[in-house]
Each structure stands twice: as C-alpha cells, then as structure tokens.
Design a protein around this ligand. Structure first.
Ligand code: 4GY
Length: 226
C-alpha cells in the first residue's frame, strides 16, 4: 500500500517509530511505500505563508485552503491510483479496529496533518474523504496521529507481520482484551505465575485464557463486551 503524508514538519517522520521493527521491515519489503511531503513547498508568496488569521476573529492561525489544495493536487498526481484522503482531527470519527481494517483495504491513502488552530473548512469540505481522530484529547499537530494510523494500518497489510502472525489472531479481532502474559523465571521475589500455565494441561490453559479475557473485558471495557 502507498501512503502519502502532507505535513509542515516532514522531519517528524524521519528516524521515528516508522523506522524501526515491523514497520521498518514492511517498508524494506515494499509492503508500505511511505512518502512524506512538505506543505510549505506549495506556498507562493514571498514569505511562503501557509496560514493566516481566522475570519471572524479568534485566537491563533488557520491553514490556508489554497496552499493545502495545491499540495494535495501535487501529491495526487504522483501516482496513478487516487489516494483516499484522511484528515487527522479531534473532530473526526474515533479510530477503532474496524476503521483501521477498512482503511487498510485502500491501495493508497493521503494523510493531511494540521497545525496551529486548524485548517480552512473549505479544504475539509471539498478535498477530504474522511476525518479521523485517534482519541478525545488534543495533541500539537496531526503528525503523531498520522504515525499511529500508519502503524495500525500497516499491520493489516498482508505479510507485514511475518509468516506466522496474523492480525486476525490479535486482540480486538474478536472484540476482547488480551489475557495476561508471563515468562521465565516462574518465581521472582516471591511473585509467582498462575499454576495452570505451568501445568502443561493445554485444555485447562485455553479455558483459563478465555476466562481471563472475558473477565478483563467485563471489568475494564464493558463497552466492548459482546
Ligand atoms: N486527537 N486525533 C488529533 C489532534 C491536533 C488540527 C492542529 C487527535 O487526530 N488528531 O489532536 N490533532 C491538531 C488538529 C489542527 C492541531
């Protein structure tokens, strides 16, 4: 899959979480083609301005519709596929497993990262296919939310998790939280591991894991409970 990012801070995507581990390998293997673009290259005045004061007053600055539209048109023309355009904003629908899976079915995404107080609504109305939020809190710009989305989506690209692992077998695929995990040593400072996990009785172990997942989900996330 191809993902184009439009940002005023392309450096935010250099040597970060998308350059290590699973996402690094997905990029090396050609499963993710990530291209980052500087919105400022599409400013035209001598100050290279990308923002201006809000009509009607108010604090802060608003990103200009003309600069964003030129940047997006430039990016769209870089490949044959038309990118599905996602704007990261707390005003969007909250990202969840089913939306991640849906976004992963698009062959090409373009992610628009806002800064300042936001972007001119005309850009959203005329150029954006989907507004997505990573949760009900505010961060300084759309770059971190874009990275979260890229990571979550890439895990659903076939082959990205390697041969054995499948996202279908992960937490949320069946709507439940994970059971607790333990590894050696079996005892540390008197802290022990549940006996059943050391018993070698596979049917009992599977039953315990299921019970733990149901119990955790009921206690911590009743909203997810089946
Ligand atoms: N939460 N989920 C989020 C955010 C801040 C555009 C500048 C979020 O997605 N984005 O907090 N974004 C941005 C939004 C203008 C600040």
């Amino acid at each position: 899959m191809r993902i184009d990012v439009l940002t005023l801070f392309p450096a935010a995507f250099e040597s970060g979480p998308l350059d290590v581990s699973i996402i690094k390998r997905a990029r090396e293997d050609g499963l993710l083609d990530l291209q980052v673009h500087d919105i400022r290259e599409h400013a035209t005045d001598r100050h290279r301005s990308v923002d201006d004061y809000p009509f009607g007053g108010g604090q802060g600055m608003v990103m200009r519709v003309d600069v964003l539209d030129r940047a997006l048109q430039h990016v769209q023309a870089l490949a044959d596929e038309t990118a599905y355009v996602v704007f990261l904003t707390p005003q969007g629908e909250v990202l969840h497993d089913s939306l991640v899976r849906e976004l992963a079915t698009h062959p090409r995404l373009a992610l628009v990262c806002g800064r300042y107080e936001g972007v001119d609504q005309r850009f959203v109305d005329h150029c954006v296919d989907r507004e997505v939020s990573i949760g009900d809190y505010i961060v300084t710009g759309g770059e971190l939310p874009a990275m979260v989305l890229i990571d979550a989506v890439t895990r659903h690209v076939p082959g990205a998790l390697g041969d054995e692992a499948s996202p279908e077998e992960e937490s949320f695929a069946d709507g439940l939280l994970e059971h607790p995990q333990y590894t050696r040593p079996a005892e540390y400072r008197g802290w022990t591991v549940p006996d059943v996990l050391l018993s070698g009785h596979h049917a009992n172990i599977e039953k315990w894991k299921r019970e733990q997942r149901l119990e955790r989900t009921r206690e911590r996330r009743p909203d997810l409970f089946p």
